[in-house]
Design a protein around this ligand. Sequence first.
Ligand code: CO
Length: 132
Amino acid sequence: MHVHHIAIAVQDLDAALPFYSDALGMVLGERHTVPEEGVEVAILPVGDSEIELLEPLDPGNSIGRFLEKRGEGIHHICILVDDIEATIEQLVQTGAQMATEVREHPNGTRYAFVHPKSSHGVLLELYEQPKA
Ligand code: CO
């Protein structure tokens, strides 16, 4: 297991990126929209992990509402797991509550969110990468 990424909700990627890239010296890896999650993402690799800056495509979607309610900040932490179904089963058996079903990105990565009520206040994403 390791931390795959830490996602930070921002109002405006163009306004947020200079801090991370110019001031802090991180290198922007990739920037793209994820229509299924309603965000534009800027990925900044950090060792084996990444910081993802998320800007909502629509102020009414879940990231938009998060920003309105809580302001900019950590939106979720993503843990890479070997077998997402097994991890979810184990969690559910201990009484944890999932926030979503397992979904799949076009690149084959499968993911699901654990409800912050169960993960002590942090939205936790589970990630399973496609088997090579
Ligand atoms: Co994520």
